[in-house]
Write a protein that binds this ligand. Structure first.
Ligand SMILES: [Zn+2]
Ligand SMILES: [Zn+2]
Length: 300
């Protein structure tokens, strides 16, 4: 614990901040204040939550479990859908995301790991790394197997396009509801603020807890060399990514909750999709993974 307290005292390095990324990131945050003028409605909050869940699924099941780790297979159409919706989360493109994530697994919790809370402190692991100069480029050697997909390269290059399309769609949806479903009590402006800005900010911080909280708080089932933890709260808000100690121990598994009581919504959805042949070859943890847990885990 003392190591963690010491680490969280590291300051963010202002000289390393990338100006353009900062403007984008803080503009989306500031735009949430527009709720003071846009007001609130049931329809707007429901759309906000729905877009959080759909895009979180695209990040966890798409960017993470499919692109970064190849833990299951799917066709080009569903792959594109996941890539588009994940990019609409405004966390840059699938190649950038996967390259940085693979880098995290290779250098986990060392000084070379750009978002390790143990090596660099909490805030840098949560948001600082995302805004740093050094984090803006993509190491293509780390995603060589993904470069053959033209659509992924396109989305990665024009990563602002899907969020812009989503924001415009929200505005038009609100206008449509205002005109044809007056009982919904919403407007184009209100739907833009809740459906895009508020939802995207929640999504940023929900996703980033995997990098920050899931390397600090929670229980360790496996004696990995990193500080990864299993954390129920993170698992709930990220649709299953909180079983992070499981994941670092055996990253090739599609499911990250290794037991039925470890809630992993992305795994449930992927399982249902596999019944319809939309995804297949879901990789499961082998028996040795179940045998290798630390003996004191259950009593912890
Ligand atoms: Zn990690
Ligand atoms: Zn991973």
């Amino acid at each position: 614990m003392s190591e963690i307290i010491r680490a969280t005292s590291y300051p963010l390095d202002r000289e390393k901040i990338d100006f353009f990324s900062c403007v984008q990131f803080f503009a989306v945050h500031l735009a949430c204040l527009l709720v003071l003028w846009a007001g609130i409605s049931k329809a707007a909050v429901m759309v906000c939550l729905a877009l959080y869940v759909v895009r979180m699924f695209a990040i966890t099941a798409g960017f993470h479990r499919l692109f970064a780790h190849r833990t299951y297979r799917t066709g080009r159409v569903f792959q594109f859908l996941l890539a588009f919706l994940g990019t609409a989360a405004y966390q840059k493109g699938p190649l950038w995301w996967s390259a940085h994530h693979r880098h995290h697994h290779i250098h986990v919790d060392t000084v070379r790991d750009v978002h390790s809370p143990l090596a660099h402190g909490f805030w840098r692991s949560h948001v600082g790394w995302f805004l740093y100069h050094d984090s803006q480029t993509t190491d293509q050697a780390l995603v060589a197997n993904l470069l053959k997909y033209r659509d992924l390269r396109f989305l990665d290059r024009y990563y602002s396009l899907p969020p812009a399309i989503l924001a415009l769609s929200m505005f038009l949806l609100g206008l449509w509801l205002e005109r044809y479903v007056p009982g919904a009590g919403t407007s184009g402006f209100q739907m833009l603020v809740w459906g895009f800005f508020v939802s995207t900010v929640l999504l940023y911080h929900g996703t980033f807890t995997v990098n920050s909280l899931a390397h600090i708080f929670g229980r360790r089932r496996y004696a990995t060399k990193d500080g990864s933890r299993n954390n129920l709260f993170v698992a709930l808000i990220t649709l299953g990514e909180g079983w992070h100690n499981n994941h670092h121990y055996y990253p090739s598994s599609e499911r990250q909750g290794f037991y039925w009581w470890e809630i992993d919504v992305s795994h449930y959805v992927l399982t249902v999709l596999s019944w319809f042949g939309i995804v297949w070859d879901l990789q499961r943890p082998p028996v040795r993974v179940y045998l290798n847990q630390m003996p004191d885990y259950e009593a912890d």
